[in-house]
Design a protein around this ligand. Sequence first.
Ligand SMILES: *Cc1c(COP(=O)(O)O)cnc(C)c1O
Length: 433
Amino acid sequence: MPQVPEELQKIIEITREQNRWRRLETLNLIPSENVMSPLAEAVYMSDFMSRYAEGKPYKRFYQGTKYVDEIETLAMKLMNEITNSVHCDLRPISGTLANAEVFRVLANPGDKALIAPVQAGAHVSHTRFGTLGALGIEQIELPYDPENMNVDVDKAIKMIEQVKPKFVVLGGSLYLFPHPSKELAPHVHAVNSRLIYDAAHVYGLITGKAWHNPLLEGADIMTSSTHKTFPGPQGGAIFINDDELYKKISDTIFPWFVSNHHLHRLPSVAVTALEMKYFGEDYAKQIVKNAKAFAEALAAEGFKVVGEHLGYTKSHQVAIDVRNLGGGAKVARMFEDANIITNKNLLPYDPPSAVKDPSGIRLGVQEMTRYGVKEGDMAEIAKFMREVAIDKKDVLEVKKKVIEFRKRFLSVKYTFDLDLGQFSNGKVIPLLI
Ligand SMILES: *Cc1c(COP(=O)(O)O)cnc(C)c1O
């Protein structure tokens, strides 16, 4: 056996390439991603990742879980504190599984659910093509108001009264403007139904108080991911205030949808919750300012930015229409060649059949905000994007400038300024770079 098999070298090299490229050389503008702090990463790498702890804290089906019980309880306490919620469950290992659990508890196969219109950004898990469909629940879309790029509230109220669904889902993935949870909640409750708000994208904005908190406006359940604007490890969460409803959900998440719940997430979620507690308001406020500045700068550079008449965005996202520049698929590839990472996306007026080459590109500023970019830097990024997609300049030249720009933003802000070595006899495992 060779000392270092060729494949082993390859595995390490691929990992290093990924780390170097995405951590040091690219501008990440994908709205569903983020970067954890070095502190959250340090506690992620732990023995918890090898263990099981089926059941709830202090009521497990395994031995050896005393520290899991402690960390899970602390993580839930911190998450409830920053969310202003009574109960939470961190066991869903993704946002999709959080939705699956909630949908399954609230409805049986054949029951009806109302979801936000796909044009207003509904996630695939809300639809007949995704989790809702897999559970056999019938999907009915709420009416869409193209002028406001949102749910049509008056028509939605009528539909809720007529259909009397088991539940209504708001929240989305291309998500520029808040869905009307406050307006719809009383009408949902009047027909004995439940309002679910899927906060996967905006949870970090909610905990940073830069977005409305649906749990304070009548939503019965909030589901989320923990890795989008909330910059924690990939995973899911469910928040509920009502004791009885919480019990139904927490009693079935295991064994219905999780067995091991990826325990190494728990200390990282707790660290991230603390970061949000102390730095979250500054971070969220800067995200919203950056998104707005980015939209304005992109428009000034000649891009067609969606939602001009509504002020472009209230979230971390901006959407551009690049149909005339070659379409979403091609332009996203051109950006990648210049080390600007984005994703193509259907725009509200695209037919679903355009999914492989939609008109749009969806951009998110949360990760670059975490690296410390401000409004003026967003304008520089918009200029690089014009050079690529509109001026069609030599992409390698732009890439060089992007790599230079990125060098100014390599360390994660909005976290504790600590020497991690002080907790570990100086031995901190660094990323392979
Ligand atoms: C990303 C997303 C999800 C799914 O989250 P995962 O953690 O990737 O499973 C659910 N709902 C919405 C609105 C999302 O944007």
